[in-house]
Design a protein around this ligand. Structure first.
Ligand SMILES: Cc1cc2nc3c(=O)[nH]c(=O)nc-3n(C[C@H](O)[C@H](O)[C@H](O)COP(=O)(O)OP(=O)(O)OC[C@H]3O[C@@H](n4cnc5c(N)ncnc54)[C@H](O)[C@@H]3O)c2cc1C
Length: 374
């Protein structure tokens, strides 16, 4: 079968696949992205849009450092996407809070930030703020908030515009994106490379593949000999009517999008492949928001949705080369918005195995095999 005109075929056209494709294009490769269909689970279309460092990698130093690098790379990445596409991602990295109404959770998180601080040294800074002190600087915060942590490096972005910009940027650099081209089967070809079978029955050749299909990539990962099994984790979100005034803060559960609505989220549920929103979780989100910022009680909710996170067994990214099939890589992670600048740049060096490639050994999937054996 012909190997096609691309050097590399990326399977999956969400934020992770498109950012990876963009990096490879910038490295001079010819790239095709095969994406699935609208009925697929798509975390990139339902996420919260945080570019977030606080708490990330407290228990795993390589992830703390990788996330720190990503946050630092965001301004340049947003500027590059702006130059390539004319789109403004509404990146705001002026710091963010985690708010707590439970004293034990507050203490635990503050301790986690100490561990993260130890990993990152002077590349990280954070504050732990008692509830009364918080209300002195932010009188709008409700009396149920017992404390907060603040990291000046945290921020957010418009995630749907990011997705749009990535698609446009990939195309502007000559990448091909095929929609409704879900891959149903993959096999090593006798003369090298891979034979891909699409859901339509069409077959395509690929010289090399990078699997970035999120929750839809499980069967393909197994066919390529990867051990990683991702699972869905549901998050639910609310968005309010647009407000004329800006919120006085950004937090990991309450943020005002650049268009004016207030997005409320942060729930986690292990419910399998079910992305429906539920009334009790919605009510809980609304209660949380009003506890943090009582003024939100008067604001109307206009939309609610659920979306599935793509979770690896330990929640950290996987960057792996197929043990059985040279030329096949697996790239999957949670926090794909935060990590996008690295996926669109240095990850290409790792895929190409250049001398300047970052050391991503800590993110290899052999960590699961080792922990399974333990
Ligand atoms: C509720 C929620 C909140 C989140 N909040 C944040 C946040 O604030 N900050 C942050 O950094 N991250 C956040 N995330 C995580 C982030 O959204 C994900 O890490 C990221 O979107 C994952 O992108 P992806 O491309 O791997 O997966 P997806 O977006 O799921 O994309 C996978 C793509 O692959 C395609 N596909 C599937 N199967 C196949 C196949 N067989 N062949 C070809 N194509 C296929 C699908 O059609 C889809 O387009 C959140 C996620 C959720 C669900």
């Amino acid at each position: 079968m012909a190997r096609g005109t691309s050097d590399i075929t990326v399977i999956g056209g969400g934020v992770v696949g498109l950012a990876t494709a963009l990096g490879l294009l910038r490295a001079g490769r010819r790239v095709t992205v095969l994406d699935g269909s609208d009925s697929d689970f798509r975390a990139s279309q339902g996420n919260f849009g945080l570019v977030w460092l606080q708490g990330k990698g407290a228990g795993f130093a390589p992830y703390a450092a990788w996330t720190r690098d990503a946050v630092a790379a965001w301004p340049g990445f947003a500027a590059t996407l702006g130059d390539l596409t004319g789109l403004d991602l509404a990146l705001d990295q002026s710091g963010g809070f985690e708010f707590f109404t439970d004293p034990a959770e507050f203490q635990d998180f503050a301790a986690a930030l100490e561990r993260q601080q130890a990993h990152l040294g002077n590349r990280f800074t954070h504050e732990v703020i008692d509830g009364d002190d918080l209300r002195r600087s932010h009188p709008q915060i409700g009396p149920d908030v017992v404390g907060a942590t603040f990291c000046p490096l945290d921020g957010h972005v418009n995630p749907l515009r990011l997705l749009r910009a990535l698609r446009a940027a990939v195309r502007s650099l000559g990448g091909h994106i095929r929609a409704d081209a879900g891959v149903r089967g993959i096999a090593a070809a006798s003369g090298g490379g891979f034979d891909l079978t699409l859901h339509t029955g069409e077959t395509l050749g690929a010289a090399r593949v990078v699997l970035c299909a999120g929750l839809g990539g499980a069967d393909l990962a197994a066919e390529l000999g990867f051990a990683t099994r991702v699972r869905p984790q549901r998050g639910e979100l609310l968005i309010t009517e647009k407000l004329g005034e800006r919120l006085p803060f950004l937090s990991s559960t309450i943020r005002q999008v650049d268009e004016g609505g207030v997005q409320i989220g942060g729930t986690k549920a292990e419910v399998g492949p079910d992305d429906r929103e539920t009334l009790d979780v919605m009510a809980g989100l609304a209660r949380h928001a009003v506890k943090v910022l009582p003024a939100l009680a008067d604001v109307r909710v206009v939309r609610a949705w659920g979306a599935l996170r793509v979770m690896t067994p330990d929640g950290y990214p996987v960057y792996a080369r197929s043990p059985r099939h040279p030329g096949a890589c697996l790239v999957t992670c949670h926090s794909g918005i935060t990590l996008a600048p690295l996926h669109a740049s240095v990850l290409a060096d790792w895929i190409e195995n250049t001398e300047t490639a970052p050391d991503l050994e800590a993110f290899d999937e052999n960590r699961f095999a080792l922990s399974d054996a333990a």
